[in-house]
Design a binder for this molecule. Structure first.
Ligand code: PEP
Ligand code: MN
Length: 338
């Protein structure tokens, strides 16, 4: 910890802080500047009481941690970018991955038609919600296990890997049985028991950013996955709540650069939830690829106007094929292939 003392502190006041630091089990190292004194306190924070109590001392200006609170997801913990293996795919390497499919699995026909089309266009992973977190309890809640079975059938027919949302701890093993990636949605991004349950399945976990979550809180939520012995974590930016209501959310593409700087884990962008409007999805996808994201999660439906959830933001099959063509040269220009 770094303890910054207030200006014009007497020798006696400084000594009392040093005494307290030693009493709490740390070794203080004093740095006296022209204007103020800074103390570096070295010791085991797991064994000793926290030095944060010093914040309330009148002679102390602030107490700052030296080590990042997120240790395992931090870039310092892992020299190079980490990669996540999903079936025969590797996310975070040279290949840029596109996960595409309907918001919700609605029927066999809808899912199979979408799966074949997105695969043909170059997607590698099929998305589709079987357990849906709906704002209203009167809206479609998903097909549940039947939806998972349809996703597994689509994987068998197309060879695509599967990503679907895990909503409840009690379904962790069930969803892990059918899905190659467990998606933790924005509403559950700080449901730590769910994150632990997801991590313990051993399956890769895609952690969406909570809609009101700061990046540091999101990284710490990701820490729960790695701290529970699952290194296969993907962060996913999906837009945050701001004062802007032209779009459903504000897709924070700066988060791609921040996560890349702070963490070694791959980052995925979901422009569909991010802007909530099909007409904006193409440009946000282009931006995400150019920013250095590792993958996209895009909602695609054979007939978006008939979709049972998120109809306004899903692009159709032709639109998706055109999107993949648009993205290829951008991916190439940033050293990726699609
Ligand atoms: C979704 O992917 O359909 C979804 C519900 O996502 P989010 O949790 O980002 O709202
Ligand atoms: Mn959706």
């Amino acid at each position: 910890m770094i303890i910054v003392l207030k200006p014009r502190i007497t020798k006696r006041q400084e000594s009392s802080v040093l005494r307290e630091i030693r009493k709490l089990g740390y070794e203080p190292h004093v740095m006296r500047g022209v204007a103020r004194t800074v103390i570096g306190a070295i010791g085991d924070e797991k064994k000793n009481p926290s030095l944060e109590t010093l914040t309330s001392w009148p002679q102390v200006e602030k107490v700052m941690p030296i080590q990042k609170r997120f240790r395992l997801v931090s870039r310092e913990a892992h020299g190079k970018n980490s990669t996540v293996k999903v079936g025969r795919h590797v996310i975070g390497g040279k290949k840029f991955h596109v996960m595409a499919g309907p918001c919700s699995v609605g029927s066999e026909k809808q899912l199979m038609e979408t799966a074949h089309a997105v695969r043909k266009a170059g997607a590698t992973i099929l998305r589709g919600g079987a357990f849906k977190p709906r704002t209203s309890p009167y809206e479609f809640q998903g097909l549940g296990e039947k939806g998972l079975k349809l996703l597994a059938k689509a994987r068998k027919e197309t060879g695509l890997s599967i990503i679907t949302e895990l909503l409840s701890q009690k379904h962790a093993d069930l969803v892990a049985e059918y899905s190659d990636i467990l998606q933790i949605g924005t509403r559950n991004a700080q449901n730590y028991q769910l994150l632990i349950a997801a991590a313990r399945t051993g399956k890769p976990v895609l952690l969406k950013r909570g809609m009101s979550m700061r990046i540091m809180e999101w990284l710490l939520a990701g820490e729960y996955v790695l701290a529970n012995r699952n290194p296969n974590l993907l962060f996913c930016e999906r837009g945050i709540r701001t004062f802007e209501d032209y779009t459903r959310n504000t897709l924070d593409l700066s988060a791609v650069a921040v996560v890349k700087a702070e963490s070694h884990c791959p980052i995925v962008v979901d422009p569909s939830q991010g802007c909530g409007k099909a007409s904006l999805v193409h440009s946000m996808c282009r931006g995400a690829v150019a920013m250095g994201a590792d993958a996209l999660l895009v909602e695609v439906h054979p007939n978006p106007t008939e979709a049972i959830s998120d109809a306004a933001q899903q692009i159709d099959l032709e639109g998706f094929a055109a999107l993949m063509d648009e993205l290829a040269p951008i991916a190439e220009s940033v050293g990726r292939e699609i």
